[in-house]
Design a protein around this ligand. Structure first.
Ligand SMILES: NC(=O)c1ccc[n+]([C@@H]2O[C@H](COP(=O)([O-])OP(=O)(O)OC[C@H]3O[C@@H](n4cnc5c(N)ncnc54)[C@H](OP(=O)(O)O)[C@@H]3O)[C@@H](O)[C@H]2O)c1
Length: 247
Protein backbone atom coordinates (compact mmCIF):
# COMPACT_ATOMS: atom_id res chain seq x y z
CA UNK A 1 0.00 0.00 0.00
CA UNK A 2 1.35 3.42 -1.00
CA UNK A 3 1.03 6.66 0.88
CA UNK A 4 1.11 9.27 -1.90
CA UNK A 5 -2.57 10.15 -1.32
CA UNK A 6 -2.65 9.65 2.44
CA UNK A 7 -5.31 11.92 3.98
CA UNK A 8 -6.78 12.93 0.60
CA UNK A 9 -10.54 12.68 0.05
CA UNK A 10 -11.83 11.55 -3.35
CA UNK A 11 -15.09 11.07 -5.23
CA UNK A 12 -15.21 8.82 -8.29
CA UNK A 13 -18.38 8.86 -10.40
CA UNK A 14 -19.39 5.50 -11.85
CA UNK A 15 -17.06 3.71 -9.46
CA UNK A 16 -18.86 0.41 -9.06
CA UNK A 17 -17.50 -1.41 -12.12
CA UNK A 18 -14.90 -1.21 -14.87
CA UNK A 19 -12.42 1.65 -15.00
CA UNK A 20 -14.13 3.51 -12.14
CA UNK A 21 -13.88 0.53 -9.77
CA UNK A 22 -10.17 0.16 -10.60
CA UNK A 23 -9.70 3.88 -9.88
CA UNK A 24 -11.43 3.58 -6.49
CA UNK A 25 -9.23 0.63 -5.56
CA UNK A 26 -6.05 2.38 -6.71
CA UNK A 27 -6.81 5.65 -4.87
CA UNK A 28 -7.60 3.64 -1.73
CA UNK A 29 -4.35 1.73 -2.14
CA UNK A 30 -2.54 5.09 -2.16
CA UNK A 31 -4.24 6.00 1.12
CA UNK A 32 -7.16 8.19 -0.01
CA UNK A 33 -10.67 8.04 1.41
CA UNK A 34 -12.99 7.34 -1.51
CA UNK A 35 -16.67 7.83 -2.28
CA UNK A 36 -18.16 6.42 -5.46
CA UNK A 37 -21.41 6.81 -7.35
CA UNK A 38 -23.34 4.10 -9.18
CA UNK A 39 -26.80 3.68 -10.69
CA UNK A 40 -28.02 0.14 -11.02
CA UNK A 41 -25.70 -2.30 -9.28
CA UNK A 42 -25.61 -1.78 -5.48
CA UNK A 43 -24.04 -5.23 -5.09
CA UNK A 44 -21.07 -4.23 -7.26
CA UNK A 45 -20.80 -0.86 -5.48
CA UNK A 46 -20.78 -2.55 -2.05
CA UNK A 47 -18.05 -4.92 -3.16
CA UNK A 48 -15.78 -2.03 -4.21
CA UNK A 49 -16.50 -0.17 -0.96
CA UNK A 50 -15.61 -3.28 1.06
CA UNK A 51 -12.35 -3.70 -0.89
CA UNK A 52 -11.41 -0.06 -0.21
CA UNK A 53 -12.26 -0.31 3.50
CA UNK A 54 -10.13 -3.45 3.73
CA UNK A 55 -7.20 -1.21 2.77
CA UNK A 56 -7.88 0.91 5.86
CA UNK A 57 -9.51 3.98 4.29
CA UNK A 58 -13.01 5.42 4.59
CA UNK A 59 -15.28 4.52 1.68
CA UNK A 60 -18.91 4.95 0.75
CA UNK A 61 -21.24 4.32 -2.18
CA UNK A 62 -23.83 6.86 -3.28
CA UNK A 63 -26.58 6.06 -5.76
CA UNK A 64 -26.67 8.94 -8.26
CA UNK A 65 -27.54 8.87 -11.96
CA UNK A 66 -25.26 11.32 -13.74
CA UNK A 67 -28.07 12.03 -16.21
CA UNK A 68 -29.79 13.82 -13.32
CA UNK A 69 -27.95 17.07 -12.63
CA UNK A 70 -29.43 17.51 -9.15
CA UNK A 71 -28.44 13.96 -8.19
CA UNK A 72 -24.84 14.57 -9.26
CA UNK A 73 -24.58 17.75 -7.21
CA UNK A 74 -26.19 15.99 -4.22
CA UNK A 75 -23.62 13.19 -4.49
CA UNK A 76 -20.77 15.71 -4.37
CA UNK A 77 -22.33 17.41 -1.35
CA UNK A 78 -22.81 14.07 0.42
CA UNK A 79 -19.20 12.99 -0.18
CA UNK A 80 -17.86 16.37 0.94
CA UNK A 81 -20.01 16.29 4.09
CA UNK A 82 -18.98 12.73 4.92
CA UNK A 83 -15.26 13.45 4.48
CA UNK A 84 -15.37 17.08 5.63
CA UNK A 85 -14.05 18.36 2.27
CA UNK A 86 -12.80 17.02 -1.05
CA UNK A 87 -9.38 16.92 -2.70
CA UNK A 88 -9.92 14.76 -5.79
CA UNK A 89 -12.87 14.44 -8.17
CA UNK A 90 -12.71 11.78 -10.87
CA UNK A 91 -15.47 12.25 -13.45
CA UNK A 92 -15.48 8.71 -14.78
CA UNK A 93 -19.16 7.85 -15.33
CA UNK A 94 -19.88 7.69 -19.02
CA UNK A 95 -22.18 5.96 -21.45
CA UNK A 96 -21.85 5.01 -25.10
CA UNK A 97 -24.87 4.76 -27.38
CA UNK A 98 -23.56 3.46 -30.70
CA UNK A 99 -26.44 3.60 -33.20
CA UNK A 100 -26.73 4.20 -36.96
CA UNK A 101 -27.30 7.88 -37.72
CA UNK A 102 -30.79 7.31 -39.17
CA UNK A 103 -31.98 5.70 -35.93
CA UNK A 104 -30.28 8.01 -33.42
CA UNK A 105 -33.01 9.45 -31.16
CA UNK A 106 -33.01 12.89 -29.60
CA UNK A 107 -33.48 11.17 -26.20
CA UNK A 108 -30.26 9.22 -26.65
CA UNK A 109 -28.46 12.34 -27.87
CA UNK A 110 -29.57 14.26 -24.76
CA UNK A 111 -28.75 11.40 -22.36
CA UNK A 112 -25.22 10.90 -23.71
CA UNK A 113 -24.51 14.63 -23.44
CA UNK A 114 -26.10 14.81 -19.97
CA UNK A 115 -23.99 11.96 -18.54
CA UNK A 116 -20.74 12.48 -20.43
CA UNK A 117 -20.57 16.29 -20.43
CA UNK A 118 -23.16 18.15 -18.32
CA UNK A 119 -22.56 15.97 -15.24
CA UNK A 120 -18.81 16.58 -15.52
CA UNK A 121 -19.36 20.34 -15.48
CA UNK A 122 -21.89 20.23 -12.62
CA UNK A 123 -19.84 17.86 -10.44
CA UNK A 124 -16.75 20.01 -10.96
CA UNK A 125 -18.63 23.22 -10.14
CA UNK A 126 -19.96 21.65 -6.93
CA UNK A 127 -16.72 19.91 -5.92
CA UNK A 128 -14.40 22.90 -6.18
CA UNK A 129 -16.48 24.70 -3.53
CA UNK A 130 -15.09 22.10 -1.12
CA UNK A 131 -11.51 22.05 -2.43
CA UNK A 132 -8.43 23.87 -1.26
CA UNK A 133 -5.19 24.46 -3.18
CA UNK A 134 -3.80 21.23 -4.66
CA UNK A 135 -7.28 20.03 -5.57
CA UNK A 136 -7.50 17.69 -8.54
CA UNK A 137 -10.21 17.30 -11.17
CA UNK A 138 -9.64 14.31 -13.47
CA UNK A 139 -12.03 13.40 -16.27
CA UNK A 140 -12.17 10.13 -18.16
CA UNK A 141 -12.60 11.10 -21.80
CA UNK A 142 -11.79 8.79 -24.70
CA UNK A 143 -9.50 8.52 -27.69
CA UNK A 144 -12.72 8.53 -29.68
CA UNK A 145 -12.47 12.31 -29.24
CA UNK A 146 -9.58 12.08 -31.71
CA UNK A 147 -10.46 9.06 -33.82
CA UNK A 148 -13.71 7.13 -34.23
CA UNK A 149 -12.93 4.36 -36.73
CA UNK A 150 -16.46 2.94 -37.03
CA UNK A 151 -19.92 4.37 -37.85
CA UNK A 152 -22.62 5.09 -35.25
CA UNK A 153 -20.38 6.75 -32.69
CA UNK A 154 -20.71 10.40 -33.66
CA UNK A 155 -22.49 11.52 -30.48
CA UNK A 156 -20.12 9.58 -28.23
CA UNK A 157 -17.14 11.14 -30.06
CA UNK A 158 -18.74 14.58 -29.74
CA UNK A 159 -19.25 14.11 -25.99
CA UNK A 160 -15.65 13.06 -25.38
CA UNK A 161 -14.27 15.80 -27.66
CA UNK A 162 -16.23 18.30 -25.56
CA UNK A 163 -14.13 17.29 -22.53
CA UNK A 164 -10.92 18.33 -24.30
CA UNK A 165 -12.15 21.93 -24.46
CA UNK A 166 -13.83 21.75 -21.08
CA UNK A 167 -10.62 20.88 -19.20
CA UNK A 168 -8.78 23.73 -20.92
CA UNK A 169 -11.40 26.26 -19.85
CA UNK A 170 -11.71 24.84 -16.34
CA UNK A 171 -7.93 24.84 -15.94
CA UNK A 172 -8.05 28.59 -16.59
CA UNK A 173 -10.98 29.03 -14.18
CA UNK A 174 -9.22 27.17 -11.37
CA UNK A 175 -5.50 27.73 -11.93
CA UNK A 176 -5.26 30.72 -9.61
CA UNK A 177 -6.68 28.54 -6.84
CA UNK A 178 -4.03 25.86 -7.39
CA UNK A 179 -6.58 23.30 -8.60
CA UNK A 180 -5.58 21.25 -11.66
CA UNK A 181 -8.04 19.92 -14.25
CA UNK A 182 -7.10 17.17 -16.69
CA UNK A 183 -8.57 14.64 -19.06
CA UNK A 184 -7.48 11.04 -19.62
CA UNK A 185 -8.22 9.54 -23.04
CA UNK A 186 -8.20 5.74 -22.90
CA UNK A 187 -8.23 3.56 -25.98
CA UNK A 188 -9.94 0.14 -25.87
CA UNK A 189 -10.05 -0.99 -22.23
CA UNK A 190 -11.43 -4.37 -21.19
CA UNK A 191 -14.68 -3.66 -19.25
CA UNK A 192 -18.38 -4.57 -19.46
CA UNK A 193 -18.78 -1.54 -21.76
CA UNK A 194 -16.13 -2.78 -24.19
CA UNK A 195 -15.22 -6.44 -23.56
CA UNK A 196 -11.87 -7.63 -24.92
CA UNK A 197 -13.48 -10.61 -26.64
CA UNK A 198 -15.77 -10.66 -29.69
CA UNK A 199 -15.93 -9.31 -33.23
CA UNK A 200 -15.87 -5.64 -32.28
CA UNK A 201 -12.78 -6.23 -30.14
CA UNK A 202 -10.97 -8.06 -32.95
CA UNK A 203 -11.51 -5.05 -35.24
CA UNK A 204 -10.23 -2.64 -32.58
CA UNK A 205 -7.14 -4.74 -31.81
CA UNK A 206 -6.19 -4.53 -35.50
CA UNK A 207 -5.93 -0.73 -35.29
CA UNK A 208 -3.87 -0.46 -32.11
CA UNK A 209 -0.06 -0.51 -32.24
CA UNK A 210 -0.03 -2.93 -29.30
CA UNK A 211 -2.32 -5.77 -30.36
CA UNK A 212 -4.27 -6.01 -27.12
CA UNK A 213 -6.83 -4.22 -24.97
CA UNK A 214 -5.65 -2.13 -22.06
CA UNK A 215 -6.71 -2.88 -18.51
CA UNK A 216 -8.70 -0.74 -16.11
CA UNK A 217 -5.73 -0.89 -13.72
CA UNK A 218 -3.50 0.73 -16.37
CA UNK A 219 -5.93 3.66 -16.62
CA UNK A 220 -6.15 3.83 -12.81
CA UNK A 221 -2.36 4.18 -12.66
CA UNK A 222 -2.58 7.32 -14.81
CA UNK A 223 -5.30 8.68 -12.53
CA UNK A 224 -3.06 8.03 -9.50
CA UNK A 225 -0.28 9.98 -11.21
CA UNK A 226 -2.53 12.96 -11.99
CA UNK A 227 -4.00 12.87 -8.48
CA UNK A 228 -0.58 12.76 -6.84
CA UNK A 229 2.00 15.37 -5.87
CA UNK A 230 4.26 14.72 -8.89
CA UNK A 231 1.61 16.02 -11.31
CA UNK A 232 1.26 19.43 -9.70
CA UNK A 233 2.27 21.30 -12.87
CA UNK A 234 0.01 19.34 -15.26
CA UNK A 235 -3.26 21.13 -16.02
CA UNK A 236 -5.61 21.63 -18.96
CA UNK A 237 -4.11 18.53 -20.56
CA UNK A 238 -5.58 15.52 -22.31
CA UNK A 239 -3.33 12.50 -21.71
CA UNK A 240 -3.71 9.50 -23.99
CA UNK A 241 -3.42 5.86 -22.88
CA UNK A 242 -4.47 3.88 -25.93
CA UNK A 243 -1.92 1.21 -26.91
CA UNK A 244 -1.13 3.29 -29.99
CA UNK A 245 -4.75 3.46 -31.23
CA UNK A 246 -4.17 7.03 -32.40
CA UNK A 247 -0.54 6.51 -33.44
N1 LIG B 1 -13.92 0.68 -21.80
C1 LIG B 1 -13.37 1.41 -22.76
O1 LIG B 1 -12.87 0.90 -23.75
C2 LIG B 1 -13.32 2.90 -22.63
C3 LIG B 1 -12.49 3.61 -23.54
C4 LIG B 1 -12.42 4.99 -23.46
C5 LIG B 1 -13.16 5.66 -22.49
N2 LIG B 1 -13.95 4.96 -21.64
C6 LIG B 1 -14.70 5.74 -20.64
O2 LIG B 1 -14.38 5.28 -19.35
C7 LIG B 1 -15.47 5.50 -18.48
C8 LIG B 1 -15.82 4.20 -17.77
O3 LIG B 1 -16.12 3.22 -18.75
P1 LIG B 1 -16.18 1.66 -18.41
O4 LIG B 1 -15.73 0.95 -19.65
O5 LIG B 1 -15.52 1.37 -17.12
O6 LIG B 1 -17.78 1.49 -18.30
P2 LIG B 1 -18.66 0.32 -17.62
O7 LIG B 1 -17.90 -0.94 -17.57
O8 LIG B 1 -19.95 0.38 -18.36
O9 LIG B 1 -18.88 0.87 -16.12
C9 LIG B 1 -19.61 2.03 -15.96
C10 LIG B 1 -19.65 2.45 -14.51
O10 LIG B 1 -20.32 3.73 -14.49
C11 LIG B 1 -21.54 3.59 -13.81
N3 LIG B 1 -22.55 4.33 -14.55
C12 LIG B 1 -23.11 4.03 -15.74
N4 LIG B 1 -24.01 4.96 -16.09
C13 LIG B 1 -23.98 5.88 -15.08
C14 LIG B 1 -24.70 7.06 -14.84
N5 LIG B 1 -25.64 7.50 -15.69
N6 LIG B 1 -24.46 7.74 -13.68
C15 LIG B 1 -23.54 7.30 -12.79
N7 LIG B 1 -22.84 6.16 -12.96
C16 LIG B 1 -23.07 5.47 -14.10
C17 LIG B 1 -21.85 2.11 -13.72
O11 LIG B 1 -22.65 1.90 -12.55
P3 LIG B 1 -23.62 0.60 -12.35
O12 LIG B 1 -22.70 -0.53 -11.91
O13 LIG B 1 -24.57 0.99 -11.27
O14 LIG B 1 -24.28 0.33 -13.65
C18 LIG B 1 -20.44 1.54 -13.62
O15 LIG B 1 -19.92 1.66 -12.31
C19 LIG B 1 -16.61 6.06 -19.35
O16 LIG B 1 -16.60 7.47 -19.25
C20 LIG B 1 -16.20 5.63 -20.75
O17 LIG B 1 -16.73 6.48 -21.74
C21 LIG B 1 -14.05 3.60 -21.68
Amino acid sequence: MGTTLQGKRALVTGGSRGIGAAIVRRLAREGADVALTYVSRPDAADEVVAAARALGVRALAIQADSADGAAVVAAVERAAAEFNGLDILVNNAGIAVITPLDDYSIEDFDRVLAVNVRAVFLATQAAVRHMEADGRIINIGSVNAERIPFPGGSVYALSKAALVGLVKGLARDLGARGITVNNIQPGPIDTDLNPAEGDFAEALKKVTALPRYGTADEVAAMVAYLAGPEAGYVTGASLTIDGGFTA
